[in-house]
Design a protein. Structure first.
Length: 194
């Protein structure tokens, strides 16, 4: 909790809200500032508009400035992916990334989705948020659809991490996500063991 100008407590969830079209230039600025340093992929305005319903932003309650963003994309009945998680360089290390991932977790819970995944370089950060390292091949084929657009697809060094929400039941009556079939040729996976 932090205090507002009037001394009232503001809950962390209220600093996070669904993104609107007005946020898109700022979201792009934050993401692409990290992309320039090779930490994540560049996003075009077209990509951001298309995915905007998946996005939430962290808005500083004092300055009103958007300081971070995150998207939760549904992959399958029991799997969603944290994407485009980025915090303004000047605001890193203040708990904003954690709040954005917690928003993703609550969103997955609301949707009844049991597992959340991330493809990332930030192993320690995600471990602190109860994600565990998993083999890339354990994720479904659909996860790799974006890799064709990635310049690093032939030398991908991201790791896959998953958090299972044990309080969310396994969905009934819908197929759950299955691992990428063995033998499927996807550069990003390298050699998938039998
Ligand atoms: C990764 C990122 C989102 C973290 O956001 P943040 O606001 O700086 O992180 P937080 O302050 O919420 O950190 C939460 C915890 O993780 C730890 N942490 C954050 N980044 C870390 C790192 N790189 N290595 C180790 N620990 C880290 C913090 O120390 C904190 O630990 P604590 O709760 O014990 O104090 C942010 O650094 C960022 O935007 N990075 C560039 C883009 C990127 O890599 N995005 C991830 C793509 S999946």
């Amino acid at each position: 909790m932090i205090l507002s100008d009037w001394g009232r407590e503001i809950s962390s969830t209220k600093m996070i809200r669904p993104a609107t079209i007005h946020d898109v230039p700022r979201i792009q600025e934050i993401i692409n500032s990290h992309a320039e340093l090779g930490r994540m992929l560049f996003k075009s305005l077209a990509q951001l508009f298309e995915a905007l319903r998946d996005f939430a932003v962290y808005q500083d309650p004092h300055t009103g400035e958007v300081a971070g963003c995150c998207a939760l994309t549904i992959i399958w009945a029991d799997l969603a992916e944290v994407r485009s998680l980025a915090v303004d360089e000047a605001q890193r290390g203040r708990g904003i990334g954690r709040k954005l991932v917690e928003w993703s977790v609550e969103e997955a819970r609301r949707l009844g989705i049991r597992k959340i995944m991330s493809l990332t370089y930030e192993q320690r950060f995600f471990e602190k948020l109860s994600f565990e390292l998993v083999p890339k091949g354990s994720l479904p084929l659909k996860v790799w659809s974006d890799c064709v657009r990635c310049p690093k697809r032939d030398g991908c060094d991201e790791i896959a991490m998953v958090r299972t929400l044990l309080d969310v039941p396994v969905p009934e009556g819908v197929p759950v996500a299955t691992p990428t079939p063995k033998g499927v040729s996807i550069p990003v996976l390298g050699h998938v063991e039998d």
